[in-house]
Design a protein around this ligand. Sequence first.
Ligand code: OXD
Ligand code: MN
Length: 590
Amino acid sequence: MSKSAGTTPSNAHVVKWVQEMAAMCRPEEIFWCDGSEAEKENLTRVAVETGDLMPLNQQALPGCYLHRSALNDVARTENLTFVCTEEKEEAGPNNNWMPPAESYDRLAKIFSGSMRGRTLYVIPFLMGPAGSPFSKVGIQITDSVYVVLNMRLMTRMGEMALDHLGGSDDFTRCLHSKADLDMERRFICHYPQDNTIWSVGSGYGGNALLAKKCLALRIASKLGQREGWLAEHMMVVGVESPDGEINYICGAFPSACGKTNLAMLVPPAGMKGWKIHTLGDDIAWLRVGADGRLWAINPEAGFFGVAPGTGSKTNPNAMAMLKKDTIFTNVALRSDGTVWWEGHDDPPPNHAQDWRGKPWDPNSRNTAAHANSRFTVSLKQCPTYSSEWEKPQGVPISAILFGGRRQKLVPLVFQSFSWQHGTFLGATLASETTAAATGDVGVVRRDPMAMLPFCGYNMGDYWAHWLSMAKRATNPPKVFRVNWFQRSDQGKFLWPGFGENLRVLHWVIERSKGAGQAQETPIGYVPKVASLRGEGVKISQADLDQLVAVDRNGWKQNLKSQSEYFDKFGDHLPAGIKEEHKALADRLKA
Ligand code: OXD
Ligand code: MN
C-alpha cells in the first residue's frame, strides 16, 4: 500500500478508482492535489529538483520555467492514438481502433509497476465554469509533475472540481504514466463507453494533458452525440464594433493554423473603435439555448500555444501574456536565462542552447526552438481576456468559421447557403499538415471540421449529429469557410492575415445579420471585393480579385476526391452530405 499525502477526497468512487489504479502502477506515494498556491510552489520546487523544469531569468520572466522534453516526445502521435469501442464501426475509418478488452490488457501490462519509486499525483479538474450544468469533471492520475503544473494552468483544478462532483461517480477516469517514454510502448486509448482514458509512454501536451484533446474533444464529442450538443476544435472570440455591439464567433482550424492569433488579434490601424474579447483558442462546447441559438463555453482555462511564429507583429497580445507565470516547452534558451524561438521579436541570438540543450548559433543547420515548441499560460493573462468566459450559459454564437491552410483553390472567405451546406463545408475541409503532429509537414489532407484527429466516434455519425442540430437550433449560426494562406504563383501570401483578418470577421458578422455585400457562386457567397477594402488596406485590386475568385475547374476536380473520401464512411454517410455533394456538382456544371 503506497503512502498518501494531501487531503483524500470524500467521494468514495474517486478514492476506490485511484486505489485500483495505484495497485496496478505501484507508486511510492499518492499525492492528492488541491490546486492551491502553496501546492503550486511546492510542486514547482520538486519539478526544478527533478530537472522537469528549469527556472528562467526570474527578473526578466518572473514565475517562468523551461521544460525540455525527451527527443522522441515533441508532438501528438496520431498513429498511437486509439478509440476502443466494442465494434470497429463505432470508431469509424477516422480512428485507429482496438477492442477494449485487448487494449486494457496490453496497456495494463505497461502500466503495471510503471510508477515504482515515483509519486502518483491525483488531479481533480473541472471543464467549464463552476456551477454550470454544462461542465464536466475529470480526475487525472499522472506520474509527471510537469503534467500537474500544466493541468493547473489549462483547467480549473482542485477542490472546485470535487465540489462540483459531490458524491457522484460521473467523472472521466484519466490514467496517465510517462512510464519509460518508449515509442514502442506508447498508447493513447479512449474508452467512450466507460468514460475512461488511458495514456502511457508520452509526456507531450496533447498526449498527456488528458483534459485537452482526450477528454474535451474525443470523449466529449461522444458525450455530445449522446446528450445533444457539440464538442469542437474551435476558438471563441467576441468582436465588438465601434457602436459597442459584440458578436461572438467560433472558428475551427487544424492544429497550428493560427487559432490562437485569431482569438486575440489586434484590430488594424484602419479599424478604429473595434475591440476583441478572447474566450478561448482551441476548444468550444456548443449547446442549443432556449432562444434556439447555439451558445458556446470554452471548457479550458489556459492556452497551450505554438511558440514559433509568435511575435509582436503576428500576436502582440500573446507576447504580452508570456512575460510571467508561463511554462515554455522546447524553446531555445539564451545566455541571459530568457527564451527565444524563430519568429520572436528579437534577432537570432549569437549563442544559445537549442531546444535539446545543445549549443546553437545562427549558422546552425537546425532551428533553435522545436517547430512545435509551446507555451502554457493562464487565459486570464491575455490582455483581451473576456470575463464572459466565466458565464455558466456561455455566449451566443453568430458565426462559425472553418479554415485551413491552402495555397490555392479555397477563397479568402465564403458563406454557406444553409446549415446543411455549412455542415458540408466543414465535412470537406482539407489543410496542409503542420508540426503539431508527428509525420510529414505540408501535405494536404482531409480534416473535416478540423476534428480528424479528435472526433471520438465514426465521423459519418458525427456529420449526422451536426445536421440534426438544425432541428433543435431554430436560429443557428451562419457558417463560413476561410483561408488566410492563399499564395500567388510566385509563392507570395496574397492576404496580409493577422490583424487584417478582422476585415473578414466584419464581413462575416454583417452577413450573419443578413447584411453585407455578396455574390452568389457555385461554392457559396463570396464577398464583393469592395466590402473587404476599407481604410489602410495595402493590397492590390488584382490580389483582392484573386483572393475571392472561384476556380470552377479546380472545384470540379476536387469533387472526385470528396466522393472518394466520403465513400470510406459507407452507410454512415448521411443523406444531407450526399445531397450537398450532388448539389455542388450540379451548380458547377450549370
Ligand atoms: C493543440 C493541437 O495542441 O491541436 O491544440 O495540437
Ligand atoms: Mn488544437
